[in-house]
Design a protein around this ligand. Structure first.
Ligand SMILES: Cc1cc2nc3c(=O)[nH]c(=O)nc-3n(C[C@H](O)[C@H](O)[C@H](O)COP(=O)(O)OP(=O)(O)OC[C@H]3O[C@@H](n4cnc5c(N)ncnc54)[C@H](O)[C@@H]3O)c2cc1C
Length: 471
């Protein structure tokens, strides 16, 4: 194991690599703000309709109060259910503003909230209809399911959503293979669809006026169209248009291979360094399962490259791909790109196979000494050692290899750095840390430790850009 000498970073020279306008970052932040406002406006609107329909007045009585509260939770849950679908529809404007992991985190929060609202809706309405007698509620629920129009499909839809939520709770999720969890998760679409007849036939707030009808149908149509366009039609159209094929599979050592791909008009794919796509290699069984892999080289309009570490059956199969294999892609996705950049100087911190998107970013960003520093952490054989050394030599990026096993639970650095704490080491490599954009990619726990050090160093949250390789 090599011991790293802590070498202070050289002073930046030359003009900044990019002007620090941060225009895209500001636009993305406005989109995030606008999306938040739209969500709250929709929730307030339906609450207003509930209140104007006697919702507040009905809260005065016990039975009517239960039913009224049940109506409100049902309305809010319905809005959130459709918002959840929109969040995962891969809409480019949201993808750019939040990033896919940001959207997934929101989807999770909104999902659990909407599910709780839906359970409260079922419980409160039934309790109210059972004349406020809790013991009579199960019988009432049974009767309503069989007699109220649209309730039977709604019950089936609720069962689908229960399945999805139960398998998404962290303790259950870690026991499932990603593929199984993902397949079960698709039942959420069925659950949402089955709730529709019940809402239209019995929900006064859904059809009580032309405005309400337009609002609900508009929301439903937007959710459906978003899924059809961005999750199905666009990936298919892109795959047909660009006709991506594997051109070579090159071993990189340490159980990793690089896959080189070529295709037509790849400039129009719009992929940027730091992004990832979901890949389906048409090489036989298992092709239906898409896997997300980041670009490991800056796209040049003619070819793409990914680098994959063997972590399971899907990634192991990549090493056996043959040149000429056709590929279907979804994406590009992710905001670990120049788009998120706000400052002229950049610090890239990557570990293990998480170095892949940073390798591509280094190629795009490196433009003179002292402007870009890449901290590369690895335990065994480093990925892209030769390529990164060449980038450092020819393009002036400052390379900091951090070798060796991690030195303990609280540190994200290897034994090679010697007896200094993580913050001191990082400040030595990048003294102007707080004024840089920092891009981070690596295992989840490791990333958490890096983020802690960055916070301690005073790097503003808006300057830290992270990609997680987990789900
Ligand atoms: C945004 C993103 C970018 C990624 N980029 C790269 C990359 O450039 N190079 C690389 O080697 N790996 C990358 N990964 C991880 C890679 O997708 C998984 O290692 C791979 O899908 C594992 O599939 P498997 O069938 O071989 O393994 P499995 O045995 O199914 O799983 C092995 C591990 O990978 C996780 N995993 C499996 N499928 C997925 C999936 N579809 N999405 C997320 N995690 C999954 C599992 O939770 C498990 O921890 C990336 C992941 C994400 C989310």
């Amino acid at each position: 194991m090599s011991t790293l000498t802590l070498r202070p970073a050289p002073a930046p020279t030359g003009p900044p690599a990019v002007p620090a306008t941060g225009a895209h970052a500001r636009l993305d932040s406005r989109v995030r703000f606008g999306a938040g406002i739209a969500l709250w406006a929709a929730l307030l609107l339906v609450t207003g309709w509930w209140a104007s329909g006697g919702g507040v007045r009905d809260l005065g009585g016990w039975e009517s109060g239960l039913t009224s509260a049940g109506r409100l939770t049902g309305l809010l849950a319905s809005v959130l259910l459709l918002v959840q679908v929109l969040l995962m529809a891969r809409m480019p404007v949201l993808e750019r503003a939040f990033g896919q992991d940001g959207l997934a985190a929101l989807h999770r929060t909104v999902g659990f909230t909407s599910f709780t609202g839906m359970l409260a809706h079922v419980g409160l309405i039934t309790w109210g209809y059972a004349a406020g007698e809790l013991s009579a509620a199960p019988g009432e629920l049974w009767d309503m399911t069989w007699t109220v129009p649209g309730m039977l499909p709604a019950a089936a839809g609720t069962a689908c959503l229960v399945l999805v939520v139960v398998t998404s709770v962290r303790t259950a999720r870690v026991r499932l293979r990603y593929e199984s969890w993902h397949l079960l998760h698709l039942y959420a679409y069925l659950g949402v669809g089955l709730a529709l007849p019940h809402q239209l036939w019995t929900g006064q707030e859904f059809t009580g006026s032309a405005t309400r009808t337009v609002f609900w149908w508009g929301l439903w149509t937007a959710a459906l169209l978003a899924v059809l366009v961005w999750r199905i039609a666009l990936p298919l159209a892109r795959s047909v248009r660009h006709r991506l094929v594997v051109t070579a599979v090159v071993p990189e050592g340490d159980g990793s291979v690089s896959v080189h791909l070529a295709g037509r008009r790849l400039d129009a794919l719009g992929a940027r360094a730091g992004q990832f796509l979901t890949w389906r290699f048409l090489s036989g069984t298992g092709w239906t399962r898409g896997h997300p892999y980041s670009l490991s080289a800056m796209p040049d309009g003619r070819s793409l490259r990914i680098t994959v570490k063997d972590l399971g059956d899907g990634s192991a199969a990549v090493a056996r791909l043959r040149p000429g294999t056709r590929v279907l892609v979804e994406g590009p996705f992710g905001r670990l790109t120049a788009r998120a950049r706000t400052a002229p100087d950049v610090l890239l911190i990557g570990a293990g196979v998480g170095i892949t998107p940073l390798r591509a970013l280094a190629e795009e960003f490196c433009a003179g000494p002292g402007r870009v520093t890449l901290v590369h952490r690895y335990a065994g054989t480093p990925l892209f050692a030769r390529e990164l050394t060449a980038l450092a030599r020819t393009r002036g990026c400052e390379l900091v290899p951090v070798a060796g096993r991690r030195r303990g639970d609280g540190s994200w650095l290897g034994h090679g750095v010697g007896p200094v704490d993580d913050l001191t080491a990082l400040r030595t490599w990048a003294p102007d840390l707080a004024h840089r954009d920092v891009y981070v990619c690596g295992p989840e726990v490791w990333t958490g430790l890096v983020l802690r050090t960055l916070t301690a160093a005073g790097v503003p949250a808006g300057r830290v850009h992270v990609e997680h390789f987990g789900w």
